[in-house]
Ligand binder design. Structure first.
Ligand code: ATP
Ligand code: MG
Length: 434
C-alpha cells in the first residue's frame, strides 16, 4: 500500500489544513489497524497533531488542567525524574472529558533544559497514541501549549522495575514476579516487532519497565522508538542513542538498528532479573562492572549459574527455570544479531517457566545491603562470584530498628513499605502467577 502523506489525508477530508482552527478537546488517532501509521515528520504544529491522532481517544489537556491535576506541580506529588523531566502523580476528576474516568495519572513535564525535547515528546505521543497493548503503558493524553510539553499516562502503582530490583531495600522481588515481569515485557516487545509497521523500541531497560499493582509489566518511554526497516532494507541507520550497558554492540559500533538490537537489550534486563545487578555498576570491582561481560561465562553451566544468581533470592527460585532463563539470556546476547532469537521465541521459551513448581519455599528473608559500596564480601572473589552481600535471616524487626536508626529518612520506613510488603505477601501466597 503506498504511503499517504498527512496532507493528502487531510485533502481527502475535503479541506486544506485550517490555519487557526482550534483542535477538538478529545483528539482521535488513526487506529493501529489503519494501513498507515503517522510519523513524527508529519507533524509541525499542535493542529497537525490533534488532527493526526484521530481515532486514538487521546485527550488534549490545557496547562491549567494539568496544574489542577498535579496540585500546581506540588513537590508532594513528585514521583521521579528522568532525562525528559519531572514526573508527578496526579488525579483527573470525573467529567473532565467525555469518556475519561476519574483516575490517578502520571504526569511527565518536559524540562526545557533537559536532555530530551520536543522530538522525543512527539515520538511518544505518535507511537503511544497509535499503539495499544496490555504490555504498553497507556498514554491518556498530552498537553501542547506554549512551551509546555506534557504527557499524561495511566498511573502504575508499583513504579519501575529498576526501583524494585535496585532501589528498594525492603525485600527482593520473588522469582515468580521476576518471571512474570520478563514474560510481560517480552510480550510488549513482540507486539512492537510484529506490528504491521514494525517498531524498534531502542530503550529497553529496567527503568522503562513499569509495573502495575499485580506486577504486570508495561513498556514506557517511546521517545527513542523508531519505525523498523522498510522494503528490502535489513536495518535502519540512526545516530546511536540509548542507554550504556543495554545497547547492542553492533548498533553502538555501526549505528545499524534492527529489532535484534531490542532482543540484546532484553537479554541484559533478563540478566538483571537473574542476578539482581545493574547492567553497569561503577561501584563494583572493575571486572564486575559490566554485567554482560561478568555474567556471560556462567550462563550455560548449571553449576556456575548458582554463583551469579541474585543472593537476595536466597535460593528460592526454580533451578530448572533459572537454567532455561539463563540460556535464553545467553542466546539474546549473542554478538551476531542474526543468531539472536525473535521476541516471539523469547515469549514461547519463558512462558512455560511460570508453571514450574520446583521453587523451594521457606521463611521470608531480608538481605542487608552493605552500608558502603566496598563493604561486605563483594570483593570479586571467585567462590561466590562476588555476589554475596551480608545477609540476615528471618525476623525483620531488629534489622528494622537498626536500619531506622541509621537511615531515619529511608522510604522503606514509610507506608510505602507496608504496601510493598502486602504485595509481596500476595505474590507469595499465590505462588506462580497467572
Ligand atoms: N506511568 C507511570 N506511573 C508511575 N510511575 C511512573 C510512570 N512513568 C514514570 N514513572 C516514574 O517516574 C520515574 C521517572 O521516569 P522517566 O521515564 O522520566 O525516567 P527514567 O526512566 O528513570 O530515565 P530515562 O530518562 O532514562 O528514561 C521512574 O522512576 C518511574 O518509576
Ligand atoms: Mg523512562
Amino acid at each position: 500500500m503506498p504511503e499517504l502523506s498527512l496532507r493528502s489525508m487531510l485533502g481527502c477530508l475535503g479541506s486544506r489544513q485550517p490555519k487557526r482552527r482550534l483542535p477538538p478537546r478529545t483528539a482521535q488517532i488513526a487506529s493501529q489497524s489503519s494501513p498507515r501509521r503517522v510519523s513524527s515528520s508529519d507533524i509541525s504544529s499542535p493542529e497537525d497533531l490533534s488532527l493526526s491522532v484521530i481515532g486514538s481517544n487521546l485527550h488534549m489537556f490545557t496547562v491549567s488542567e494539568i496544574r489542577d491535576a498535579t496540585e500546581e506541580f506540588s513537590k508532594r506529588n513528585l514521583i521521579g525524574k528522568g532525562g525528559f523531566g519531572k514526573v508527578y502523580k496526579g488525579h483527573v476528576g470525573e467529567g473532565l472529558r467525555p469518556g475519561l474516568r476519574a483516575q490517578a495519572v502520571a504526569v511527565k513535564l518536559m524540562d526545557l533544559d533537559g536532555l530530551q525535547g520536543h522530538k522525543e515528546w512527539l515520538a511518544e505521543v505518535i507511537f503511544l497514541g497509535q499503539l495499544r497493548h496490555p504490555h504498553l503503558v497507556k498514554l491518556i493524553g498530552y498537553c501542547y501549549e506554549d512551551q509546555y510539553r506534557v504527557l499524561v499516562y495511566e498511573f502504575m502503582d508499583q513504579g519501575s522495575l529498576e526501583k524494585h530490583l535496585f532501589k528498594w531495600l525492603l525485600c527482593s522481588l520473588p522469582w515468580s514476579a521476576r518471571l512474570k515481569i520478563a514474560v510481560g515485557a517480552a510480550k510488549g516487545l513482540t507486539f512492537l516487532h510484529e506490528a504491521e509497521k514494525p517498531v524498534i523500541y531502542r530503550d529497553f531497560k529496567a527503568s522503562n519497565i513499569l509495573l502495575d499493582a499485580d506486577y504486570q509489566a508495561k513498556l514506557s518511554d517511546f521517545g527513542l522508538a523508531k519505525d523498523g526497516p522498510e522494503g528490502d532494507n535489513s536495518h535502519v541507520s540512526t545516530r546511536v542513542m540509548g542507554t550504556a550497558g543495554y545497547c547492542a554492540p553492533e548498533y553502538v559500533m555501526t549505528g545499524h538498528l534492527t529489532v535484534k538490537s531490542d532482543v540484546y537489550s532484553f537479554g541484559v534486563v533478563l540478566l538483571e532479573l537473574l542476578t539482581g545487578r545493574r547492567s553497569v555498576d561503577r561501584s563494583r570491582p572493575s571486572r564486575e562492572q559490566h554485567l554482560v561481560d561478568w555474567a556471560k561465562p556462567h550462563l550455560n553451566s548449571p553449576q556456575r549459574l548458582g554463583r551469579i544468581m541474585d543472593p537476595n533470592l536466597d535460593g528460592r527460585y526454580s533451578a530448572l527455570g533459572a537454567q532455561k532463563a539463563a540460556a535464553l539470556a545467553h542466546w539474546c546476547l549473542r554478538r551476531n544479531p542474526k543468531s539472536r532469537p525473535l521476541m516471539r521465541t523469547v515469549v514461547e521459551t519463558l512462558e512455560p517457566l511460570l508453571g514450574l513448581d520446583d521453587v523451594p519455599s521457606g521463611p521470608f528473608v531480608f538481605n542487608v545491603p552493605s552500608a558502603t559500596a566496598d563493604d561486605g564480601g563483594d570483593d570479586g572473589g571467585d567462590d561466590d562470584g562476588g555476589a554475596t552481600p551480608r545477609r540476615r535471616r528471618g525476623r525483620s524487626s531488629s534489622w528494622d530498628q537498626k536500619h531506622k536508626q541509621r537511615f531515619p529518612n529511608s522510604s522503606i520506613h514509610s507506608d510505602a513499605r507496608k504496601t510493598l510488603r502486602n504485595h509481596v505477601a500476595k505474590i507469595q501466597e499465590e505462588g506462580t502467577l497467572p
